[in-house]
Design a protein around this ligand. Structure first.
Ligand code: S3P
Length: 438
């Protein structure tokens, strides 16, 4: 693990200028996975040089793939083809990354070799039965530790069978796991999701020449299709932009432009929710790259009002709730989130950890099993000390609270910010936050 352990944020400030946040984490993972399975060389630009995506990259090197980079976001992958991976010599370490572990479980289930996937203290607490159960229905031999937790032991089975499966929870990781296993399965794999989740796997498989069909909430593909190498341009991560969208909204006199932000409609719940609350976010320029839409976004300060967050936005903003809770605390009136129990099984229990942190900064909250009620007073925060529980998004969300605090905010256990946002401190300071490693 690298990065600064604690942050200290001096109160006040405003955000301005033009910034480009690092590359999209979800798309970066998938570029390594699909580039490795393709025939030919895949060039990636804008790759996220954060610890999670680097964990995926190192795993594919252990599986025998020649990957050059990253060098300023450029990565060159010499694909080995669908059946070209080789047995790893050691345990595959996914670090903090649930995406690595869950997607790899599917991709590795149909190989001719065995492997073991593990991770850090946070990842080994996270639920893996959600992938192990449907993979077993496909004929995979996947064992978890007690209570369905990592490590995962996978005995390769090149005879997987396609399945028709309805996900019990809205999870792009589980959907993607099954689609990747489906590439190795006989026949068709059909995955139906209870609510639409991010569709980067489907889009990128299509860019690599695989036929993937979507009908409503179902996605289907036939096994045995080969992937053709391509060029992947990774947009800036809207989940990393989220902290700045909230910061510039809540800090008076802010006017900030975020460039190259991925605005895939399965990821833009943050924009819809902030706009419903009264935020001033405009699209300055919009274009497409590699099947994904991008935009430059301009955000200016505005007064927010509390809202009941519409259920349809929950999976489309699932990683942005820590930042949205900080916005809600500055709004006038009550904000209610329900139907978001998935937040409890992220890198931390994001409902409880955010509730504790908001209370520590003087905000009234009520904890629900599947959400949170925040009593916005239209004011800001007291100073105080926050424990981020090693969760990158909690740390960065509370960093933005400093913009509306009356005294310094100290945030503990921030080293994992490097999993998704290398250079966060420098970029936040460049934009106007008075934040320091402590
Ligand atoms: C991701 C899916 C989401 C999200 C995670 C990245 C992905 O997880 O929270 O940060 O890349 O597919 P779930 O599938 O568990 O909702």
């Amino acid at each position: 693990m690298s990065g600064v352990d604690d942050y200290k944020v001096e109160p006040g400030g405003r955000l301005s200028g033009t910034i480009r946040v690092p590359g999209d984490k979800s798309i970066s993972h998938r570029s390594i996975m699909l580039g490795s399975l393709a025939q030919g060389t895949t060039q990636v630009t804008g790759f996220l040089e954060g610890e999670d995506a680097l964990a995926t990259m190192n795993i594919f090197r252990s599986l025998g793939v020649d990957i050059q980079g990253p060098d300023q976001g450029r990565v060159t992958i010499r694909g080995v083809g669908l059946h070209g991976l080789s047995a790893p010599e050691r345990v595959l370490d996914c670090g903090n990354s649930g995406t690595s572990m869950r997607l790899l479980a599917g991709l590795l289930a149909g190989q001719t070799f065995d492997c073991e996937l593990t991770g850090d203290d946070s990842l080994v607490q996270r639920p893996m039965s959600r992938v192990a159960i449907p993979l077993r229905l496909m004929g995979a031999r996947v064992n978890t530790a007690a209570q369905g937790r990592p490590p995962l032991h996978i005995q390769g089975n090149p005879q997987l069978q396609g399945i028709t499966y309805t996900l019990p929870m809205a999870s792009a990781q589980v959907k993607s796991c099954l689609l990747l296993a489906g590439l190795y399965a006989q026949g068709e794999t059909v995955v139906t999701e209870p609510e639409i989740t991010r569709d980067h796997t489907e889009r990128m498989l299509t860019a690599f020449g695989v036929t993937v069909l979507r009908e409503g909430r179902s996605v289907r593909l036939n096994g045995g299709q080969s992937l053709r190498s391509t060029a992947i341009e990774v947009p800036a991560d809207i989940s990393s932009a989220a902290f700045f969208l909230v910061g510039a909204t809540i800090a008076p006199a802010s006017d900030l432009v975020l460039t190259h932000v991925g605005i895939n409609p399965t990821r833009t719940g943050i924009l819809d929710i902030l706009r419903l609350m009264g935020a001033d976010i405009t699209v300055e320029r919009e274009w497409q790259a590699g099947g994904e839409p991008l935009a430059d976004l301009r955000v200016r300060s505005s007064s927010l009002k509390g809202i009941d967050i519409p259920q349809q936005y929950v999976p489309l903003a699932i990683d942005e709730f820590p930042a949205l809770f900080v916005a809600a605390a500055c709004a006038q009136g009550r904000t209610v989130l329900r139907g978001a129990a998935e937040l409890r099984v992220k890198e931390s229990d994001r409902i409880q950890v955010m509730a504790d942190g908001l209370r520590a900064l003087g905000v009234g909250v009520s904890v629900l099993t599947d959400g949170l009620i925040i009593e916005g007073q239209g004011g800001g925060f007291t100073g105080g000390e926050i424990d981020s529980h090693g969760d990158h998004r909690i740390a960065m969300s509370f960093a933005m609270a400093g913009l509306r605090a009356s005294a310094p905010v100290r945030i503990r256990d921030c080293a994992n910010v490097a999993t998704s946002f290398p250079g966060f401190l420098e970029m936040a300071r460049q934009a106007g936050l008075q934040i320091f490693g402590a």
